[in-house]
Design a binder for this molecule. Sequence first.
Ligand code: HEM
Length: 400
Amino acid sequence: MVNIMVESTTSMLRTWEKIRVYEYMSNLSVDIISRACFQRNYHQREEIFLKHRTLRHLLCKELITGILGLRDIWRLEKEIDSMILKVVKQHVKAAYEKDLLQMTLKGAKNYTDYNALSHKYLIIDNCKNLFFAGHETIALATSWCLMLLAAHPDWQARVRAEVLEICGNKPLDADMLQSMKVLKMVMHEVLRLYPLVLFASREAFETIKFKNIVIPKGCHLQIPITYQHQNPDIWGPDAHKFNPERFSNGILEACQPPQAYMPFGMGPNICVGQHLAMTEVKVILALRLSKFCFSLSPAYQHSPVYNLVTILEHAIEDGTTKIEAVEDEMSDKQTTECKVAAEVRSNNGLIDVAGNRKALVGAAGNRGTSLARLGVTVYDGCGWESRFILEVTNDLVDWD
Ligand code: HEM
């Protein structure tokens, strides 16, 4: 009967092997945002979130590869719009208690520039914003936190000890979350190294001048958040290292100027969900770490990939080193493979990217300019420290 036992045990083990933290986190965050938006009947609403996920994949494909899937995107958008409207109508009819959708509807009523059409799209767009911004970001933030805590067991142990000390056997509440300082330091550090949103985008409403740079009216600006977050001039020589200790006295003392830390953006358009997000990530991590230990799988391959937000994905393919790069002076958006004929010094030594190794440039543009600045990360299976800014001139890069 050994065969029977082996067969059953092997099939159970297969289900264990398939556990992928990110998928669980994604389903969990959909569940939480569905409940927060529509307190009741949230199960029916999950479909909207799932369609949204497909929409993001399509949008990203469009943005990165330049392959036009506009018809699919348009169709999916229309589907999502009409699903949202249906949910809104049911919600209004049922007069549910306070949830995010009720608040959105109330806000739309106070909108001064009122007409039926703008009102409709105000509601739809706000709902989409909440759905879009409020679930995948959380899944990714918690996954990055768990990955980095798995890679740094000393910090994992510190966070767990703090959680257990504060909570004891009592159920977690808002006051307890406030006291979790080490957890907060870790979250700040994770969002510094992996800020999820790579660029804050702005449009110049009028021509402005910064020192000797003139930004003409109508110009679109993209502020590279990763670059700010890993600049040694701002953070010190260990800018590329995971060191939550730097936040022990808050953001103000961690970097100069403090505005350089911007995982949630900045100014009037700063992320409206930042407090919700920090609270949600804290709750998920505190509860998980109080019950489980995390370690990196031997099969883990470090691979942050830009997919509208920074996701975890395998980047090492066919045993070759793959370089992901994101240009910080984008003008046109497409993917280009280029050979980088240069030797680049990173903080942990000399990395030879000369010769035939290829750099995948997330957004290659500025063909006319002589200099491109690339934020480059080398994924060599062991180093999430190998990040640096690479300056290349056109004669070093074969754009075609
Ligand atoms: C760790 C999680 C999150 C991160 C890192 C994040 C990051 C950001 C960033 C960088 C922006 C752009 C800000 C700017 O342009 O200055 C943004 C905007 C926004 N976020 Fe988040 N976000 C997160 C979670 C959430 C959640 C949970 C919600 C809502 C439930 C949310 C709702 C929004 C909305 C509505 C905007 C647009 C704000 C506007 O344009 O006025 N975000 N977020």
